[in-house]
Design a protein. Structure first.
Ligand SMILES: [Zn+2]
Length: 503
């Protein structure tokens, strides 16, 4: 029996101006890796597809490797890029006996609001009976086409996503068990009319800690796969938001009951999924009051309106400007995306003093406030190629790539300026450019929850700073056109549906 394995993963922020083309889906530029080259990159790694590959090979299956296309979150995927990826995966589906896919579950393209559903629909049109197992991100916005055209869906239980590999392993084992006749998977799903805030979805915190724990407990019991997808609200599509998918062995009534239980639990916790924004001035004052003496551990200023892992431009400057205006010293900042600034620093050379118009370059017409370029004068401390080995388990075995980069020292602030979007969840992003984060008085990171993987235990305190950006934590700054209404908390909906129904 021949198993096809491929990945097409993108979380689309439909408010983001960052272009999503084919180069963004390749860690090294050009086209995403394919075939044996793809397997060589991901085999044994902490990724979802790494888990899938390893399970299939360990269980003795022959594999045919397709593309592994992963892009950092950004705006809607270009049509030609989507067609390039979908065509290859559909072709693979035509050549194999079963298919295992690592998808994200919140991909929107210029033409399709539901990139994954469209892909699976095309595969099913070609191969109506092909067994298809899919591993998905917890931020997946699940749609009717995704459920109707897959054998089983399986999502992360952690945020930060430290169980990507385990989810791939679970999806692969579940599909292979069914191929071997050990199980007969049936799947129940429905969504709740709620948009949990990303800043309130971390699984260190309630209510998602208990929700995910319950899902895992159910998997240890009667169910094959149990997933609570908290969803991605910055994808303005009809089905954005929280949903539950339960896969059981032939017991659809049992699956429906467990799905209902999980959705009822989530709905009951809806107020705890709401995020309350603190004004930036208050956050800055609080950070200064929390700062310790040098060497006693940094205070983290979290620029959560502009994080790459939710589709941010990573070039918003408002929190950095507030840091400079407040005169905070011994600060390390990661990072500002500005390839032109990196080129200017490289042209000036190490130790040169230069004045830059930094960041604020990508127009953000979808939100009411535009971050502006910041004029800074500083010294070029370091220039680098921006590649470093992952130092945390989440990306174990993979090379991180922030593109050509440099460190600019402006007063007491070291700013890492990069030319490729990367989420700073790994302290290696600082150490690769000669900055020891634990030795600083303050750190600034453009992140929301994922920083916790590598930084939570390094910092003395975290202060969430409301800057500017297309990942705005203020739903009032976003104009939703497509998400189903009414939906909590955008509307005053406080009575649950009479029954949990798909869509
Ligand atoms: Zn996610």
């Amino acid at each position: 029996m021949l198993i096809g394995i491929a990945a097409m993963s993108h979380e689309t922020n439909t408010f983001s101006p960052v272009v999503t083309d084919l180069a963004r889906f390749s860690g090294r530029g050009g086209e995403p890796p394919d075939g044996e080259a793809m397997a060589a990159i991901y085999r044994g790694t902490g990724s979802g597809i790494g888990g899938i590959i390893d399970v299939c090979e360990q269980r003795g299956y022959r594999c045919r490797f397709g593309i592994a296309a992963y892009a950092a979150p950004s705006g809607p995927v270009e049509n030609d890029t989507y067609e390039w990826m979908a065509t290859r995966i559909v072709q693979l589906a035509g050549e194999v006996d079963a298919l295992l896919l690592d998808l994200h579950g919140a991909m929107a393209t210029k033409s399709f609001d539901d990139g994954e559903g469209e892909l699976l629909r095309r595969i099913r049109a070609l191969r109506p009976h092909l067994p298809i197992g899919v591993s998905l991100d917890m931020h997946a916005n699940i749609t009717p086409d995704m459920v109707a055209n897959a054998t089983l869906l399986c999502g992360y239980h952690t945020y930060p996503h430290v169980d990507m590999r385990e989810t791939g392993v679970r999806a692969a084992n579940a599909l292979l068990d069914s191929l071997e006749g050990k199980t007969r998977p049936v799947m129940a799903w429905a969504n709740a009319p709620m948009l949990p805030h990303v800043m309130r979805q971390g699984t260190d915190d309630e209510p998602n800690r208990s929700l995910q724990a319950r899902a895992r407990d159910l998997e240890d019991g009667a169910a094959i796969a149990v997933s609570v997808f908290t969803g991605f609200p910055h994808a303005d599509i009809h089905d954005a938001g929280l949903s539950a998918v339960v896969v059981t062995d032939g017991d659809i009534d049992g699956a429906n009951n467990l799905r209902n239980e999980l959705l009822t639990r989530a709905w009951s916790a809806r107020e705890a999924f709401v995020y309350h924004v603190e004004p930036l001035e208050d956050s800055m004052a609080r950070a200064a009051s929390l700062a310790k003496a040098p060497g006693e551990g940094p205070v983290l200023l979290l620029d959560h309106y502009d994080n790459t892992a939710s589709g941010g431009t990573m070039d918003a400057t408002d929190v950095l400007a507030a840091i400079l205006a407040a005169g905070l010293d011994d600060v390390a900042v990661f990072g500002i995306f500005d390839p032109d600034a990196v080129k200017a620093m490289a042209a000036a050379g190490i130790d040169a003093t230069i004045t830059l118009s930094l960041g604020g370059k990508l127009p953000t017409p979808t939100i009411p406030r535009q971050s502006n370029p910041l004029t800074v004068t500083g010294t070029v401390k370091l220039l680098a190629d921006g590649r470093f080995p992952a130092t945390v388990a989440m990306s174990r075995g993979l090379t991180m790539n922030m593109g050509h980069c440099g460190v600019l020292r402006v007063g007491g602030v070291d700013i890492v300026i990069i030319s490729r979007h990367i989420e700073p969840f790994d302290p290696g992003c600082f150490r690769a450019v000669g900055i020891e984060p634990t030795a600083r008085r303050y750190l600034m990171l453009k992140s929301r929850i994922h920083y916790r993987v590598g930084f939570r235990d390094l910092v003395k305190a975290t202060v969430e700073c409301a800057g500017t950006g297309v990942c705005t934590s203020d739903y009032g700054e976003l104009r939703f056109h497509k998400v189903r209404r009414p939906v909590y908390p955008l509307d005053g909906v406080n009575t649950p549906p009479e029954e949990w129904l798909p869509g």
